[in-house]
Write a protein that binds this ligand. Structure first.
Ligand code: G3H
Ligand code: ZN
Length: 309
């Protein structure tokens, strides 16, 4: 089926207490693994292409891969820009056809983050594409051990989240609640009370980044507290690399990329299937699709009634 956008999908997840898995694809094999896993689990899915992946492979190439996989899939698939850190990358992704966008202004001063996010929300909405933004900052574990004071400094406060949401009109909001990007071990516990307090003030779906390092029970608690989109990247990279390393160590003479690339792909697929079940999005594809279609019918009807003869 054609790519769908993330707006209705995330609203539905939020209302029904599950989360949609958002998985980063850096190459064709990982994108294939994500979509195949979603089909086998009958789950809605978000395939994410980060700014880093765009620098590696180009937005048009990765978008074309995700689009062609979605076209053949029997579950709803979103193609989302992950961590667009500048205005121009977000616009390029929009032009390429991405059906969901993220602007990450979390390194900017608050006022500057509000200004750029707001202008991108206006542009994205004119093209009927939803936009995610980030307030507070999900730190990067790969940059070294963070002290407890540093972690605290980065956390999202409910007040700043509310002000940011009201002033920008974003469709979903990434919040810093105890996770960190690029953790290679699952050991982080989330601040569930903070999620609840943010949820009480913000209507739109909340997003958890850096989920590879978060304990399973904390992820389940976060969903119950109101997180509706959960991002995984490092675990997929780890699984892909481990599958290839294993195959090449078993058969060091192998040179055909297809003969070891498929082992990386199978390993990623296993991880994605486990995460889909953890997020409780397995077997939700059909109901999500019905909700998206109904919402679209209502919007089309409202648009027609606005046309002045
Ligand atoms: O935006 C992508 C994610 O936040 C992934 O984080 O690599 O720690 O799983 P992760
Ligand atoms: Zn992230």
């Amino acid at each position: 089926m054609p790519l769908v956008d993330s707006k209705a999908m995330l609203i539905y997840a939020q209302e029904h207490e599950f989360a949609v898995g958002a998985f980063n694809a850096n190459n064709m094999e990982i994108a294939q693994a994500i979509v195949e896993a979603a089909e086998e689990e009958k789950a809605p899915v978000i395939v994410q292409i980060s700014q880093g992946a765009i620098e590696y492979a180009g937005e048009n190439c990765l978008f074309a891969i995700v689009k062609s996989l979605a076209d053949k899939a029997n579950v709803p698939v979103v193609c989302h820009l992950d961590h667009g850190v500048d205005f121009h990358t977000v616009i390029r992704a929009l032009r390429a056809g991405f059906t969901s966008l993220m602007f990450d202004g979390s390194s900017l001063p608050f006022e500057e983050n509000v200004r750029v996010t707001k202008s991108l929300v206006e542009i994205a909405h004119a093209a009927a594409v939803p936009l995610e933004a980030e307030i507070g900052k999900v730190p990067d574990a790969a940059k070294g051990q963070l002290s407890p004071e540093e972690v605290q400094k980065y956390l999202t406060t409910p007040e700043e989240a509310m002000e940011f949401y009201e002033r920008t009109g974003v469709d979903s909001l990434a919040v810093s609640v105890g996770s960190a990007h690029r953790m290679k071990v699952q050991s982080a516990r989330l601040d569930i009370e903070r999620i609840t307090r943010i949820r009480e003030r913000i209507k739109v779906p909340l997003v958890l980044h850096g989920a590879s390092g978060v304990l399973d029970e904390s992820i389940s608690a976060a969903i119950r507290a109101g997180i509706a989109k959960i991002n995984f990247a490092t675990e997929l990279n780890k699984a892909f690399t481990a599958g290839i390393k294993q195959k090449l160590s078993d058969d060091p003479g192998l040179v055909d990329v297809r003969k070891y690339g498929s082992f990386g792909r199978e390993n990623v697929k296993k991880v994605v299937k486990e995460k889909i079940r953890l997020l409780d999005s397995a077997n939700k594809a059909e109901e999500v699709l019905k909700f998206i279609q109904n919402k679209k019918l209502i919007e089309d009807k409202n648009d027609k009634s606005k046309i002045v003869e």
